[in-house]
Write a protein that binds this ligand. Structure first.
Ligand code: UD1
Length: 336
C-alpha cells in the first residue's frame, strides 16, 4: 500500500518539487495549501509531470478544525511541513503575522498529528539558524546564533518546539532540514518559483531582469572579504533538495522518539558575481547589473558541510549551479 504523506505548502516552490519526487518514489502525497504565495495552476503542472491525480485540500494550517478533518480523512503516515511565510525583510515589518502563521501552524500540526497517531515529521528549516558562522563549511555542530529577523526566529522556535515535543512523545520522530539557498526549477518547465511582486531572492531577480521585467539587478556590495568581493552562498538545485526530503522519510522510517537536524546544501560556495556570469553563459543573455550598497543583515559567506547529509540520508546532489540557472531561465521563459 502506498504511504500517504501530507505536504503542507505543497503548492509552493520547494513543496511542489517534493510532491513530484514523492510520487516518483511510490508515496501518495496529499497537499494542504492556502495559496497565499502559490497558484492553483501548480497542481495542473504536477499532474502533467507525474501523470497522476494529486489530492489537494485548500485551507490554512492554523485552522485546527480543518486540519483535524484532513488528517482524519487521509490517515497519513507522515508529514512534510513547508507551509510558512519566508520573506526576511517582510518579517521585520510584520512580525506578528510571521509568528502567528509560522509558529501556530506548527502547534496545530503537532496536536493533530498526535490525535491521529501520525508520527513522522520533516520540517523546513534554514541555514539562517547559524547566523554569521565562525567556521566554514558549516557543520551541524556549528553553534546556532540568535536570529536577526523574526523569520529566522520562527525557524529557531519551531526547531525547539519539535525537539521538546519529541522528548515528550515516545512515538514521534522528526527531522529539521536546514536548507541553504534553493534555486532552479523542474527541468520540464512545468513548475518553478512564482514570486509575488518584486523578488527579494537573487535568482528570480536575475531571471526577471533578463526577461525585461526588471531594469537592472543590484548586486548588494562587492567589498566583502571574499574572492571577488561579493557574498558567497550555497545554491542548491530545488530538485536535489526535493529528493533530500524523500530520503529523510526513509531515514525516519522505523525510528521513534527521535529528533535530528541536517544541513541540506551542495558543500560548495558560489558568489553573487559567479551566479551572474554563469547565468549569462547558460542563458546566452547579457544581464544588466550594477554594484550597490550592502544589504543590511546579509551574511558575508556561508556554505554547508555535506558530511552528515551524505552519511545519514545516503543522498548527494546530482545537479550543478549551471543546471539550476538553465532550468530557472527555461521556467522564466515559460511564465513570461
Ligand atoms: C536568506 C536566508 C535564508 C532564507 C532566505 C529567504 C541567510 C544566510 N539566508 O537567504 O535562510 O531562507 O533568505 O528569502 O540568512 N542579492 C543581490 N541582489 C538582489 C538579491 C540578492 O545581490 O537583488 C544577493 C544577496 O546579497 C545575497 C545573495 O544574493 O548575497 C542571495 O540572496 P537571497 O536570494 O535573498 O538569499 P539569502 O539572503 O542568502
Amino acid at each position: 500500500m502506498e504511504k500517504t504523506i501530507i505536504v503542507t505548502g505543497g503548492a509552493g516552490y520547494i513543496g511542489s518539487h517534493t510532491v513530484v519526487e514523492l510520487i516518483a518514489q511510490g508515496y501518495k502525497p496529499v497537499i494542504i495549501d492556502n495559496f497565499c504565495n502559490s497558484e492553483k495552476s501548480v497542481v495542473k503542472g504536477l499532474e502533467s509531470i507525474t501523470k497522476k491525480e494529486v489530492k489537494l485540500y485548500e485551507g490554512d494550517c492554523t485552522d485546527r478544525n480543518f486540519m483535524a478533518q484532513v488528517f482524519a480523512e487521509t490517515n497519513p503516515s507522515g508529514v512534510i511541513h513547508f507551509a510558512a511565510y519566508k520573506a526576511v525583510g517582510e518579517s521585520v515589518s510584520k512580525p506578528l503575522a510571521y509568528y502567528k502563521n509560522n509558529v501556530i501552524s506548527l502547534l496545530v500540526l503537532l496536536e493533530v498529528m498526535k490525535e491521529v497517531n501520525c508520527n513522522q515529521l520533516v520540517f523546513s528549516s534554514s541555514c539562517t539558524v547559524y547566523g554569521t558562522p565562525e567556521k566554514l563549511p558549516v557543520t551541524e555542530q556549528s553553534p546556532t546564533q540568535k536570529a536577526i529577523s523574526p523569520y529566522g526566529n520562527t525557524k529557531q522556535i519551531a526547531e525547539d518546539i519539535i525537539k521538546d515535543q519529541v522528548v515528550s512523545d515516545a512515538d514521534l520522530s522528526a527531522v529539521a532540514l536546514r536548507y541553504f539557498n534553493p534555486i532552479g526549477a523542474h527541468p520540464s518547465g512545468l513548475i518553478g518559483e512564482l514570486p509575488l511582486g518584486t523578488p527579494s531572492n537573487l535568482v528570480p531577480f536575475v531571471t526577471q531582469t533578463a526577461a525585461g521585467l526588471r531594469n537592472e539587478l543590484t548586486i548588494f556590495g562587492n567589498d566583502y572579504n571574499t574572492p571577488d568581493g561579493t557574498n558567497v552562498r550555497d545554491y542548491i538545485h530545488v530538485v536535489d533538495l526535493a529528493k533530500a526530503h524523500v530520503k529523510t522519510l526513509d531515514y525516519l522510517s522505523g525510528k521513534t522518539n527521535f529528533y535530528d537536524f541536517i544541513n541540506v546544501g551542495t558543500g560548495k560556495g558560489t558568489s553573487v558575481l559567479e551566479i551572474v556570469t554563469t547565468f549569462e553563459k547558460v542563458s546566452e543573455q547579457k544581464l544588466n547589473y550594477k554594484i550597490g550598497q550592502r544589504r543590511p543583515g546579509d551574511v558575508e559567506q556561508i556554505y554547508a558541510s555535506v558530511d552528515k547529509s551524505e552519511k545519514v540520508l545516503n543522498w548527494q546532489t546530482e545537479l550543478s549551479v549551471e543546471d539550476a540557472l538553465r532550468d530557472a531561465w527555461n521556467w522564466q521563459l515559460k511564465i513570461g
